[in-house]
Write a protein that binds this ligand. Structure first.
Ligand code: PGA
Ligand code: ZN
Length: 432
């Protein structure tokens, strides 16, 4: 007979779940959760938070106007973790990720996790995964691969914010992100080197141009150009300054975040003082595709403008067309997109879905339809580097973290550097 204390020492059963309110990279409250197991393993995770959130995302629970943190406090979500969620999970094995995520969803009882709070649920879900990885004595990315039933892992190709606008930069430019993709990088180390050079070159060029820049939420520079074309030109100059060949070594991606300026069926480009319908918007973007090495476009259209999405995707099959607010990491919306040919890639943000298992389902659905996957951070982040391991362990292919500035971003970039020591670090860019 096995000695009882031996079993106890090896048990992955959850002993304690503790939540707390911490601050994110914008200085706003968010949720952090610690999950500890009977064997002494423990995992910690934090909920990120968006600014240009999609209408169909799950719901972050915030306290509302109680005078603290401008109503953005998360004490209700924290109380739910320390009360109902802890009660629900105690004594259950952390290694049953899918079962626990399902239990959290069922116990919440709403479609958008608004009762317990999606921020409470996602931080708990990720902390369970971390604790279980430690219990299994596996690096987190390998444990994630095991959960997905595979040993196939890969280093993701980063797309990195250089210039910012939209909701992350006081709307100083219409488009939200101008990013660089180091398509010619052979290794993750090469990729980082190129990206850091381009980011520095952009900063130097703007200073030389006498432009005062705003440092945006994701560490990108916001020169406040009135037209997108000026931003594309600056990107090209930064590539040249960094001695990189556009289209060979490095290429451009944008996140239009078009839902942010879509009203009454029209796209309102404030900087350019133009109002476009879906068809004109496609023309406008098509012009940039023809003139610049623009290989990936996210949220070119509004989150419910399905027909514009479909016709654009059909028209530019060689460009990666990424759905963020369109899909909100929701398997049903991804299935609808595949059916109508909207986009050919999916941005995966764990907190848009609410659980890790839900995010896995979104990725599986995307892949089954031949869509590429890009793991993404939010504009409000913490020092939690979970998504770095997620990108490798799920063989996602690509990752979008923000700029190579600010510790909440570097926590992820640097974790990828550590993982690259363990994994074959070869990089490729492909979206189909
Ligand atoms: P968000 O922005 O986190 O503010 O939603 C990120 C993105 O749009 O990709
Ligand atoms: Zn986006």
């Amino acid at each position: 007979m096995t000695h009882p204390s031996f079993n106890l020492a090896r048990s992955a059963d959850i002993l304690q779940v503790r939540g707390r309110q911490i601050l994110d990279s914008r200085g706003r409250p968010t949720v952090e959760v610690d999950v500890s197991l009977r064997d002494g393993s423990s995992g910690r995770a934090c909920a990120p938070s968006g600014a240009s959130t999609g209408r169909h995302e799950v719901l972050e629970l915030r306290d509302g106007d109680d005078g603290l943190h401008e109503g953005r406090g998360v004490s209700k979500a924290v109380n739910n973790i320390n009360g109902e969620i802890a009660e629900l999970l105690k004594g259950r094995p952390a290694t049953s990720q899918a079962g626990l995520d399902e239990a959290l969803r069922t116990h919440d009882g709403t479609a958008n996790l608004s009762r317990l709070g999606a921020n409470a649920v996602i931080a708990t879900s990720l902390a369970i995964c971390r604790a279980a990885a430690i219990h299994e004595r596996l690096p987190l990315h390998r444990y994630i691969a095991q959960l997905l039933g595979t040993t196939r892992t890969s280093m993701p190709m980063p797309m990195t914010n250089i210039l910012s606008g939209g909701a992350h930069a006081r709307r100083s430019m219409d488009f939200q992100d101008f990013l660089a993709i180091p398509v010619g990088a052979k290794t993750y180390g090469d990729a980082l080197n190129m990206l850091a050079s381009v980011r520095s070159a952009a900063s130097d060029l703007l200073a030389e141009d006498g432009i005062t820049t705003l440092l945006a939420d994701e560490g990108g520079l916001s020169p406040g150009y009135a037209s997108a074309d000026e931003a594309f030109r600056l990107m090209m100059r930064a590539f040249e300054r960094a001695k990189l060949r556009p289209g060979h070594d490095i290429a451009i991606a944008i996140d239009v975040a078009a839902s942010e300026f879509y009203r009454d069926g029209k796209y309102h480009l404030a900087g350019e003082q133009r109002t476009l319908d879906g068809e004109e918007m496609a023309e406008y973007l098509g012009d940039f595709i023809r003139r610049y090495p623009l290989i990936s476009i996210e949220d070119a259209f509004d989150q419910d403008d399905w027909s514009s999405w479909s016709s654009f995707t059909k028209r530019f099959p060689k460009v990666q067309i990424v759905g963020d607010d369109l899909f909100v990491t929701n398997p049903d919306r991804i299935a609808r997109g595949i059916e109508v040919g909207a986009a050919n890639a999916v941005l995966i943000k764990v907190n848009q879905n609410g659980t890790l298992t839900g995010a896995f389902e979104a990725m599986k659905r995307a892949r089954a339809g031949g869509y590429a996957t890009v793991i993404s951070a939010r504009s409000g982040e913490t020092e939690d580097s979970f998504i770095a391991d997620l990108a490798v362990g799920s063989d996602a292919g690509q990752i979008k973290i923000g700029s190579v500035r600010n510790s909440e971003r570097l926590a992820k970039y640097n974790q990828l550097t550590r993982i690259a020591e363990l994994e074959a670090a070869e990089l490729t860019f492909s979206f189909s």
